[in-house]
Design a protein around this ligand. Structure first.
Ligand code: FES
Length: 82
């Protein structure tokens, strides 16, 4: 499950979504983005709970406790500050 804390919304992850950014957009969760390839950090989001994995790996990793949602997928049940 992926939960969007601010939006009070939770949904089941499906690999067909591609990235957490794609999933958030599909759920009408407000997101900021620019490059969608792990370069600009505009999509950087705080992880409330859970882990993520990256595909593709971001060029420059985000700060601890945050995730670049444009190139990340959930590693387990995940809660994002969105
Ligand atoms: S949109 Fe640029 S790093 Fe995610």
């Amino acid at each position: 499950m992926v939960s969007f804390a601010r939006s009070a919304l939770a949904t089941r992850w499906d690999p067909s979504h591609g990235s957490l950014l794609d999933l958030a957009e599909a759920c009408d969760v407000p997101v900021r983005w620019s490059c969608r390839t792990g370069v600009c950090h505009n999509c950087q989001t705080t992880v409330v709970a859970g882990t993520v994995r990256y595909s593709p790996e971001p060029v420059d990793p985000p700060a601890d406790g945050t995730v670049l949602i444009c190139c990340a997928q959930p590693g387990e049940d995940l809660t994002l500050d969105l």
